[in-house]
Design a protein around this ligand. Structure first.
Ligand code: CS2
Ligand code: MG
Length: 402
């Protein structure tokens, strides 16, 4: 089964997405998500100029060899652009293999390990009262797990707080928006949020929170301690993780479950974190961590150390990534949870998909392949629009992590 054509489709149905379509001489095709928020065209050019020419004529069934060829063979290993491009090709090839086998992808991976994939939704409000109302809406929709974010008094904008309530789009401007951050205000506010939430809703639902890389290890340790009584499912991205050893400090002080890794690209980014059992959930996902082929290796390493998966699933990951992740989640033995931020109607129309939501769970569907396609004609109606993620500064103007 030879690869005869590779298309790179860039479109903006509400937000930018990069999609790869691999076409074979047997007429079977597969699609993969190649979206890297705010750096979309770098991946599109990488795929068009440096990947596609090397793959034409190759056997689409040799997923592993193609993965190794693109990883080892490029000499410049790792990095988000390279690994997103590899992830997209890998996803499309798994889609082809499963379609050719006439099976849903989860069957090819080893079959179902569970009936449904527990997801968490995003409740957010400009203050605690509004966040409580939003959490109530998610509970009414059947969610078992809900991420709660709220505006911080004294700050004009806070990560995770959006006007649109069912989805959150942080890449909001043609040039990066500048936000102001205060660690002190934030640390005072978050325990109050969870105090109110537990008071109102009790302990039957899972609550999660994303710090979005804002703290130092010692600050994170303090926050973890102050949140322990509220029994969070996890505290996410408390600290930027380039310095993996930093997490030892957090671990020495608190038992709050820690989640990390939506920005990780390879097993090397989380090797120490996993082997030293410094985290509880690994957030790497299909599109940014080298596709199903590589994510599977990360999950297997994590399983040895009692660490479970919690794939990233924000709106900047296309429905193709979500579909592939759901097949992975259905199979992976050490599954934890899946993030699920809904896409806009425009996005859903461009990417028809087999997955469905019911009572707090997502189901990948029984279509062969990963069950997500792209409507190319419709996609062509939405040309690329440059959009950046915001940047963050401290109150005195110092650049900080967004
Ligand atoms: C996030 C994302 O979903 C999450 O947990 O941290 O909203 C993240 O900010 C975006 O994916 C960035 O592109
Ligand atoms: Mg996050």
């Amino acid at each position: 089964m030879k690869i005869v054509d590779i298309k790179v489709i860039v479109s903006c149905p509400g937000r930018n997405f990069v999609t790869v379509k691999i076409i074979t001489d047997e007429g079977v095709y597969g699609v993969g998500d190649a979206t890297l928020n705010g750096r979309e065209l770098a991946v599109a050019a990488y795929l068009e100029e440096h990947v596609a020419p090397c793959l034409i004529g190759r056997d689409a069934q040799q997923i592993e060899d193609i993965w190794q060829y693109l990883y080892r063979g490029c000499y410049w290993r790792r990095g988000p652009v390279t690994m997103t491009a590899i992830g997209a090709i890998d996803t499309a090839l798994w889609d082809i293999k499963a379609k050719a086998a006439n099976m849903p992808l989860y069957q090819l991976l080893g079959g179902k390990s569970r009936e449904g994939v527990m997801v968490y939704g995003h409740a957010n409000g400009s203050d605690i009262a509004e966040t409580i109302d939003e959490v109530a809406k998610y509970i009414d929709m059947g969610y078992k797990a809900i991420r709660a974010q709220s505006g911080v008094p004294g700050l004009d904008s806070t990560y995770g707080v959006a006007k649109e309530k069912m989805y959150y789009e942080p890449a909001d401007a043609d040039l990066p928006t500048e936000n102001i951050w205060s660690t002190q205000q934030y640390l005072r506010h978050v325990p109050k949020l969870f105090d109110h939430l537990r008071d109102k809703f009790g302990f039957d639902h899972h609550f999660l929170h994303d710090v979005h890389h804002r703290l130092t290890p010692n600050e994170a340790a303090g926050l973890g301690k102050s949140l322990e009584e509220y029994r969070l499912f996890w505290l996410e991205d408390a600290v930027p993780a380039e310095n993996q050893e930093g997490f030892r400090i957090i671990r020495q002080h608190t038992t709050i479950p820690l989640a990390l890794g939506e920005v990780f690209n390879t097993i090397w980014d989380c090797k120490n974190l996993i082997q030293e059992q410094l985290i509880d959930y690994i957030r790497a996902t299909v599109v940014h961590a080298g596709g199903i082929t590589h994510l599977r290796r990360i999950a297997d390493l994590a399983a040895i150390y009692h660490i479970r998966t919690g794939c990233h699933g924000a709106t900047d990951l296309s429905p193709i990534c979500m579909g592939a992740a759901l097949h992975f989640d259905t199979w992976v033995p050490n599954f934890g949870i899946q993030e699920y931020m809904r896409h806009s109607e425009e996005t859903d129309a461009v990417f028809p998909h087999a997955y469905t939501f019911k009572d707090g769970y997502l189901f990948p569907g029984e279509a062969s392949g990963h069950g997500v396609d792209i409507d190319e004609k419709l996609a062509a109606k939405y040309p690329y629009k440059r959009a950046y993620l915001p940047v963050n500064r401290l109150e005195d103007g110092t650049m900080w992590n967004w």
